[in-house]
Design a protein around this ligand. Structure first.
Ligand code: 9MR
Length: 369
């Protein structure tokens, strides 16, 4: 088990006293402080985690936007530009222009990139929406292979498959043209992605999978457990984390993240936003950050946009900066919670890869709350 790092925001003074002949010599040494991070990325990095945002290519010419994005975040997701419809508008004709604008901006500014998303029932190009059967399966696999090969070496984590489970109480797969090609379409996509980019972490990504007691969460959990048991290449699970009053941050969030991590995968918060304002919103954000920090394999957090006005649901003011770029109460609570520390990311943990296995063995099964 990991223990929180001791930390201090001030220099610690160590006083050494020694005797020199009859004189007493006192030496005071200033030891560099474990300084509190003053940006989201710096504060998250203290426990080995990243802090990211979604970027829209059309806003890269807005210097107020890029100034905040560059200062605060070190993991970048293209909000729309690397989806299937954007990258393959005509079958087997790929257009990487806008995806590249975002990837290049990220890399030029020393940031990493989450790839979003290789295979999804939504945002398919028109030609794909009308396909079925073997032709669709092959077209999907070709898309995964081509795109993952094109970006090989530039992607920290790929959302290989997005939103493949149904809402509601079934715990089963979502009906879609991809699902109708056969239940093995998800693992086929993961195998194609691994072959194309062996070094990217491969994630399954979904929403409404935050509450441990929900059927959808259990459905995804069972799929990941099955994939791990059968050697299907999966490295991480993304929790989108789009919250509002109808879908609040669950009190068992830590349990969900820990139970998935105990399957031997990393977990990432991938599209965080919480509708609301003021201290209520700030407290909910704090709870999400706390849940991630308490799970060693929760390796990073991404918010779904920079300013409220950049959000896909701007009227819900769900982000950390207001439309003028001012830090909101939610920003301060996130920063403070990151600086309060937590478990250290396993990449920085001495037991590294063995930890998840050992932890799972010791617990002997999923944590229940
Ligand atoms: O924020 C994105 C919005 O601009 C797009 O119109 C929409 C449809 O492609 O997708 C939004 O992002 C979604 C993400 O890709 C997947 N999870 C849900 C996100 C919010 O709808």
């Amino acid at each position: 088990m990991t223990t929180p790092r001791p930390r201090s925001s001030r220099s610690r003074l160590i006083t050494a006293t020694g005797c020199l002949s009859a004189a007493v010599l006192t030496v005071t040494l200033a030891v560099p402080a474990l300084a509190a991070g003053s940006t989201l990325q710096a504060a998250a990095a203290e426990s080995g985690r990243y802090f990211g945002t979604a970027i829209a290519a059309s806003r890269l010419s807005d210097s107020a936007y890029t100034t905040i994005a560059n200062r605060e975040f070190n993991m970048i997701t293209a909000e729309n530009e690397m989806k299937m419809d954007a990258l393959e508008p005509n079958q087997n004709q790929f257009n990487y222009a806008n995806g590249d604008r975002i990837v290049n901006w990220a890399r030029q500014n020393g940031k990493q990139v989450r790839g979003h998303a290789l295979a999804w029932h939504s945002q398919q190009p028109g030609w794909m929406q009308n396909m079925s059967g073997t032709a669709l399966r092959n077209a999907m696999l070709n898309h995964v292979t081509q795109v993952a090969t094109y970006y090989r070496g530039k992607i920290h984590s790929w959302d290989v498959v997005n939103e493949a489970f149904a809402d509601g109480n079934s715990g089963g797969r979502r009906d879609s043209n991809l699902q109708r090609t056969g239940n093995d379409w998800i693992e086929a996509a993961f195998r194609a992605a691994r072959a194309a980019d062996p070094n990217a972490k491969l994630c399954y990504n979904d929403y409404n999978t935050d509450n441990w007691s929900h059927a959808k969460t259990q459905g995804v959990y069972n799929m990941v457990r099955d994939f791990k048991a059968r050697g299907v290449p999966i490295d991480c699970v993304g929790f989108q984390a789009h919250f509002n009053s109808g879908n609040p941050v669950p009190s068992n969030y830590h349990t969900t993240l820990q139970n998935f991590a105990d399957l031997g995968v990393d977990v990432q918060i991938t599209e965080l936003d919480i509708e609301g304002s003021g201290s209520s919103q700030a407290q909910q954000y704090q709870g999400v950050i706390q849940a991630c920090l308490s799970v060693a394999r929760c390796t990073g957090i991404t918010v779904w946009g920079v300013r409220d006005t950049d959000s896909w649901r701007a009227s819900g003011t769900p982000l950390l900066f207001d439309g003028s770029g001012n830090k909101k109460a939610a920003y301060t609570s996130v920063l403070n919670q990151l600086n309060a520390g937590g478990t250290t990311n396993p990449a920085h943990h001495p037991a590294a890869d063995g930890w998840g296995q050992l932890h799972g063995d010791l617990l002997g099964g999923p944590e229940v709350e």
